[in-house]
Design a protein around this ligand. Sequence first.
Ligand SMILES: Cc1cc2nc3c(=O)[nH]c(=O)nc-3n(C[C@H](O)[C@H](O)[C@H](O)COP(=O)(O)OP(=O)(O)OC[C@H]3O[C@@H](n4cnc5c(N)ncnc54)[C@H](O)[C@@H]3O)c2cc1C
Length: 421
Amino acid sequence: MSRRYSIWALARNALSHHENWPKAWRSPEPKPAYDALIIGGGGHGLAAAYYLAKLHGMTNIAVLERGWIGGGNTGRNTTIVRSNYLLDENAHFYEHSLKLWEGLSEDLNYNVMFSQRKVINTCHTLGEREATVRRYNSMRLRGIDAEFLTREDLARLEPAMNLSQDVRYPIVCALAQPRGGTARHDAVAWGFARGADSLGVDIIQNCEVTGIDRDPVSGAVIGVQTTRGAIKAPKIGIAVAGHSSQVAAMAGVRLPIESHLLQAFVSEPVKPFLNTVVSTGAAHFYISQTDKGEVLLGGELDGYNSYSQRGSLPSIEHVIASATEMFPRIGRLRFMRQWAGVMDMTMDGSPIIGKLPVPGLYMSGGWCYGGFKATPGSGWCLAWTIAKDEPHPLNAGHTLERFRTSHMIDEKGAGPFPKAH
Ligand SMILES: Cc1cc2nc3c(=O)[nH]c(=O)nc-3n(C[C@H](O)[C@H](O)[C@H](O)COP(=O)(O)OP(=O)(O)OC[C@H]3O[C@@H](n4cnc5c(N)ncnc54)[C@H](O)[C@@H]3O)c2cc1C
């Protein structure tokens, strides 16, 4: 068990110039066999390992990460957390996840900097207004917090917002979720890693899974091949985001997932002028201000399949043009960094969390634009499914099977509006 972080630990370590903090997690050599393996050391894989150890007593497990933990989409996203979904399966799952976020820093004894600053989705047409009212009502009926905002409300909440009617996308109204907000992406990966490690989980970095071994008679998984040797395990969970199709194919499973690029970029830090997280489906961008003062922006997919993690200039131009229309003052900012992540896009916009058609093989993937907010909920449900070999009611609908039987959860990865993040 690692030592708890506290005000006393901070004071004690200040006396020794912060040179004696214990390592947050170990770097063990892989053992030849475990009770379960998780492939992928992003937030989802680490959360699954943490909840497997904490809630299901499975501590002889390992997370295998081909690079460094949190170096995938977990460390590349715009960190928006919300639960304003329309369809039953997603609404209950994401609300469970949001509730886990609300206690996460305390649970992990690690500050994930969860900031419930309100998430606002603007509407720009009367058609969008109809859809917003429907979503608002469905959220309220499920007991999920929601606010319907007029243009006057928006002027009060975001004084820098351009509410003129003389623009390409005039704002009509907005939907807000007050409990939505942002969290610190690195801290989420590190907090789950530290929590899992302290419960005995081996986190093995620089260990790429190159093959999944199956029993020739039963077809069940029996282990993996990695760049650090073979490792045996009767249960394997896949949580590799944009590489889901590649890794599932190692066990002969074909997934209805495409890998696309999604970009984000960040400006120089400036004084606070954005109070909430704002997103728009019509103009395709989302914006927030980080705790350091940087303006953080993201947009739509690049529109072609790729694993490059770079992204193209037309998407940047589109996002900057739309964002400058809504917040004219950002036109004077210098943008400092740009990057992309490899998105795991399903055809109905909802994730696959559960058993795959190979005994002992499980996955959490197909997160489309919205998997960061799902991190604790996904880990929690994947852990349950692996431990009990059956899904929890919260992820019972998120099966791979639904694509064969046409029981889609047709949310289009949208959150409030088609095509929003
Ligand atoms: C630009 C951008 C903005 C986004 N904005 C938001 C947002 O605002 N809100 C939101 O909710 N979501 C957002 N997302 C989506 C979100 O980031 C992801 O859905 C989520 O972080 C996925 O987490 P993960 O743990 O599944 O994947 P990752 O963090 O990508 O982790 C997967 C890990 O698997 C490893 N891996 C892959 N193949 C192998 C292998 N063969 N062997 C071993 N390891 C392997 C990778 O190295 C990686 O570290 C955004 C994504 C991007 C790119």
